[in-house]
Ligand binder design. Structure first.
Ligand SMILES: [Mg+2]
Length: 225
């Protein structure tokens, strides 16, 4: 069985990355706007809660009458390039150790940011290979199976000898289900309580990554681990 993990909210808590990013941006804006950094941070979090993360800096700078395209660019850059203060979930650490490098990571997201997260989590020497879909083009982001197919070809396995573990039923599983991949949903992160139609949902649902060992053993495709 070829094991492939999603990154954000599957192996670590993405909110921790956001907290660090907002701290860095708040610190920068604090001196520029002559505002208290903590207050800025608080307001950024309020905006995200209400409207999502998409335009958070635009909205904050607009309401403080400091909006400019160049400042938006700068804040996004600070957010993306801050040193991530993130760590693997306990169960992620254990399962990665147990599977002994015989795993892949396949993630969407900004390629520089994702690369920095992989570095911060010290994952590069613990896995076989990581795929950041945006390196191949935005159209190959999940639910595209393009990068999954690359792994399939490299390993010379059938679709049903592959397993994908992710947290987001909106995009992680729908096309892999059609191919017969063993899809596994870890019930945490922002989609924890999301009810998904069966074709969008994973074949298996787990609360702890250690449970994938049982799923692997039940399927008897264990030749690679
Ligand atoms: Mg995810």
């Amino acid at each position: 069985m070829i094991i492939i993990f999603d990154l954000d909210d599957t192996l670590y808590r993405e909110e921790d990355f956001q907290i660090g990013g907002f701290k860095a941006v708040s610190k920068y804006l604090s001196s520029l706007l002559n505002l208290n950094a903590r207050k800025i941070e608080k307001r950024l979090n309020e905006i995200v809660k209400k409207d999502g993360r998409g335009l958070v800096f635009d909205k904050f700078l607009t309401e403080n009458k400091f909006y400019s395209k160049s400042l938006i660019k700068k804040t996004i850059l600070i957010y993306r390039l801050h040193k991530p203060n993130i760590k693997l979930y306990g169960d992620a650490k254990k399962i990665i150790f147990k599977l002994k490098k015989n795993i892949y990571i396949l993630t969407d997201g900004n390629k520089i940011v994702q690369k920095r997260k992989l570095l911060a989590l010290r994952l590069n020497n613990k896995i076989k290979k990581s795929f950041i879909t945006h390196n191949y083009g935005c159209k190959y982001a999940k639910p595209s199976v393009y990068c999954f197919k690359k792994i399939k070809e490299a390993e010379g396995v059938a679709w049903n000898e592959m397993m994908y573990i992710g947290d987001n039923p909106k995009k992680d599983f729908v096309n892999l289900n059609k191919k017969g991949v063993q899809t596994v949903r870890i019930m945490r992160g922002p989609y924890k309580f999301e009810k998904a139609e069966s074709k969008f949902d994973a074949r298996f649902k787990i609360n702890n990554l250690s449970e994938i060992i049982n799923i692997i053993n039940k399927n008897h495709y264990g030749k690679n681990i």
